[in-house]
Design a binder for this molecule. Structure first.
Ligand code: F6P
Length: 327
């Protein structure tokens, strides 16, 4: 594909929705129109690409969505697209609709699909990092992370009130299958007693020894647990504590999908607007198979290959700091 011949592009969201995806879609559409490109949306990610669910987008159609959570383009996780046959069907639909290039908003799975489709069928693809998990290499922040952690700390603040009133030990589970970013930021932002996550693996004994050895005995405690904590989720950890430490009044709260919804924060709206704009610019500058991101407040292009294979983890100094501040 000659990148100078790009006249019509498609944008879609894929994988788990994240607050701010709509702001990114709006920015892609309006920048494309400003640059003289035709733009259409694909509904339900790669599933919709295979099924030919394409809609034409105008600047008006993306009005009144910047503040909305979820994704107006809908999203899905597609098993069929993981196969070469599925991707061939998807490409046939792109050709049928005259699409010259695509912008994919999502996480690692979305980038993996975009990379394969682009390599197998020679179609330019640009990625925009949209996931609450913040675990994508090549950008300091992903769209949706800031909203998710603000939702989580609001929930933890409320739990703090009741935990304090009853002198209870709460285990609060937050999202993040493979990554502790949400847990760590929620823990620091809510002043929690400890954070259990893939990057801070401690046993129940170590956790409880830590709580009991403090010179300032706390009458209540809030422990944040990432859903991907290798030593057990919040319910499993709480069950062990109940069995071995009978003096504690233990409770569990799973914040769950509450973290995925809601109106995006200003940080997420600005990030999404910036990345949506830059994704179109990247395409027009001849970039291909890269994800746009922001590193040290500068726009960064990260090859899909790196974004998919390299890992991004919270820094050990942040983890250490969280422990010190919880004394
Ligand atoms: O990747 C985003 C995320 O919200 C993870 O934190 C979580 O593990 C997963 O998606 C949940 O996925 P689903 O909504 O399909 O259950």
């Amino acid at each position: 594909m000659n990148l100078n011949n790009i006249k019509k592009i498609a944008v879609f969201t894929s994988g788990g929705d994240a607050p701010g995806m709509n702001a990114a879609t709006r920015a892609v559409v309006r920048t494309s129109i400003y640059r003289g490109l035709e733009v259409c949306g694909i509904l339900r990610g790669y599933e919709g690409m295979i099924n030919g669910d394409f809609i034409s987008l105008t600047k008006d159609k993306v009005g009144n969505i910047i503040h909305r959570g979820g994704t107006v383009l809908k999203t899905a996780r597609s098993d069929e697209f993981r196969t070469p046959e599925g991707r061939a069907k998807a490409f046939a639909q792109l050709q049928k609709h005259g699409i010259d290039a695509c912008i994919a908003i999502g996480g690692n799975g979305t980038y993996t699909g975009a990379k394969y489709l682009s390599e197998e069928h020679d179609i330019p693809m640009i990625g925009i990092p949209g996931t609450i998990d913040n675990d994508i290499y090549g950008t300091d922040y992903t769209i949706g992370f800031d909203t998710a952690i603000n939702t989580a700390i609001e929930a933890v603040d409320r739990i703090r009130d009741t935990a304090d009133s009853h002198n209870r030990l709460f285990f609060i589970e937050v999202m993040g299958r493979h990554s502790g970013y949400i847990a760590l930021h929620t823990g620091i932002g809510s002043g929690a007693g400890n954070v259990l996550m893939p990057e801070n693996q401690i046993t129940v004994k170590e956790l409880m020894d830590g709580l009991e050895s403090r010179d300032r005995k706390k009458l209540f405690n809030l422990i944040i647990v990432a859903e991907g904590n290798p030593n057990g989720d919040a319910a499993e950890i709480a069950a062990q504590v109940k069995k071995d430490y009978k003096d504690y009044d233990v409770k569990v709260t799973v914040i769950g999908h509450l973290q995925r919804g809601g109106s995006p924060t200003c940080h997420d709206r600005v990030l999404a607007s910036r990345l949506g704009y830059e994704a179109v610019e990247a395409l027009l500058k001849g970039q291909n198979r890269v994800a746009v991101g922001v590193v040290n407040d500068k726009i960064n292009y990260c090859p899909f290959e790196d974004a998919i294979t390299k890992s991004k983890k919270p820094g050990s100094e942040m983890i250490e700091m969280a422990k010190i501040l919880a004394m």
